[in-house]
Design a protein around this ligand. Structure first.
Ligand code: GTP
Ligand code: MG
Length: 380
């Protein structure tokens, strides 16, 4: 594959239209601000100013600016997981009430945990009357993800109705940690834009050795970047009903920030990643879309950056070999049914995915690998 072909492909199919993008983001931000202001007024525990994460804000979005991600920060102090001494679990009983049960083996999955709030916070919330009935986020001392998600979703829906914001639909709660809004953009733009609002606890947790990042001896990212990310720490999102899940969204954003050397010898890491994302659209037709995600590809990129740490290995004339090596890595992960999370390799990002669907995706990747040039020419 020569760079000219890839560059043409990139220009024609991957890059976003700047005018359309600016228009979309303006409309989206106006609506998101209105909604979060309203949510904050009704419940001050959800902070007004969201963190901007995901592909749009890391310049990895491809094709169209039609999906935006925000983290909505809960106003609680930095908190730690309390798994070590937890001797209980949560579940819903037959009457759909949340109950706490004694656990014999407090064998929580590696990436999940319970979070307790300090007494004084809950007491304050109770005194202020902001933690009652459907506004309640806690069970005993624990702040419960499903309660946070439900409360936040209800407030967002209420905001959409009360503010009479037209063309916005808050989707039903799903397994995703986010409340998703579908915004139908009106003149001069057209079409649906999806906005994910994800409640987050800014715990700023420390990268302890057990986690597995940074890996001893690894030459990428540069030490300065490692220090910046360590200083930030990572946070928690409500992926599971009862347990909090680590979120590295801010770390990933920091890592992507300046990932390409743009001076004397420019590097093409982001370009390679964006082409991979575009290829994914062909590897995973609509029905398979859920199984291989952008997040999987992002983690593949980080692993490849670690394996090829030198800037010279990501120059313009290496884009083709990087597409091949990233695809091969992805195939290998599918074969092993294990894609380790870059920042927390004990987590397998394929653990909830359907392996038979991934195997079908693998066949499509193999097709690409057999004849990359004609694959690109044929499909686009
Ligand atoms: N911990 C964790 N975080 C995730 C997972 N999936 C997504 N995220 C985070 O949520 C952010 C937004 O997710 P997506 O919208 O699916 O991915 P994206 O990078 O924005 O890519 P596109 O929207 O598909 O262009 C990601 O950048 C991650 O930080 C996951 O399985 N585990
Ligand atoms: Mg996104």
């Amino acid at each position: 594959m020569d760079y000219a072909l890839l560059n043409r492909f990139y220009g024609d199919h991957v890059q976003m239209n700047k005018v359309e993008t600016a228009r979309n983001i303006k409309q989206v931000m106006r609506i998101v601000r209105k909604i979060l202001d309203h949510v904050h007024k009704k419940d001050r525990r959800f902070k007004r100013k969201p963190l901007r994460v995901g592909s749009y804000y890391t310049h990895l979005k491809v094709s169209k600016a039609d999906e935006f991600d925000f983290s909505v920060v809960l106003d609680v102090p930095p908190l730690d997981w309390c798994n070590d001494d937890s001797s209980y679990i949560y579940e819903f009983n037959k009457k759909d009430q949340l109950v706490k049960k004694v656990s014999t083996a407090a064998d929580l999955p590696i990436e999940k945990g319970l979070i307790s709030l300090p007494d004084n916070i809950i007491q304050q919330w109770n005194r202020d009357g902001i933690n009652d009935d459907e506004a309640c986020l806690t069970f005993d001392d624990d702040i419960i993800p499903i309660m946070v998600k439900k409360r936040f979703k209800a407030l967002v829906s209420e905001a959409v109705n009360e503010l009479d914001i037209e063309n916005v639909d808050a989707k039903r709660l799903t397994d995703s940690p986010a409340t998703t809004l579908t915004i139908n953009l009106t003149k001069p733009a057209n079409g649906d834009v999806s906005v994910d609002l994800t409640p987050l606890i800014e715990s700023r947790s420390t990268f302890v050795e057990f986690l597995g990042w940074p890996r001893p001896g690894s030459q990428w990212p540069p030490k300065k970047k490692v220090d910046e990310i360590k200083e930030m720490g990572f946070n928690d999102i409500a992926k599971d009903k009862y347990y909090w899940t680590y979120s590295f969204a801010s770390c990933e954003k920091k890592l992507l920030d300046g990932i390409d050397n743009i001076e004397e010898n420019p590097t093409f890491r982001k370009m390679s990643e964006k082409i991979m994302k575009k290829l994914k659209e062909k590897w995973c037709p609509k029905s398979m879309k859920q199984e291989l995600t952008s997040y999987h590809l992002l983690n593949i990129l980080f692993w490849e950056c670690e394996r090829y740490p030198q800037d010279s290995e990501w120059s313009e004339d290496h884009v083709d070999t990087k597409l091949i090596s990233m695809s091969e890595r992805l195939l290998e992960c599918i074969r092993k049914n294990n894609l380790p999370q870059y920042f927390h390799p004990r987590v397998n990002l394929f653990s909830t995915k359907k392996i038979d669907v991934l195997n079908q995706v693998a066949k499509n990747i193999q097709q690409f690998l057999r004849k990359p040039v004609s694959y690109i020419q044929r499909y686009y």
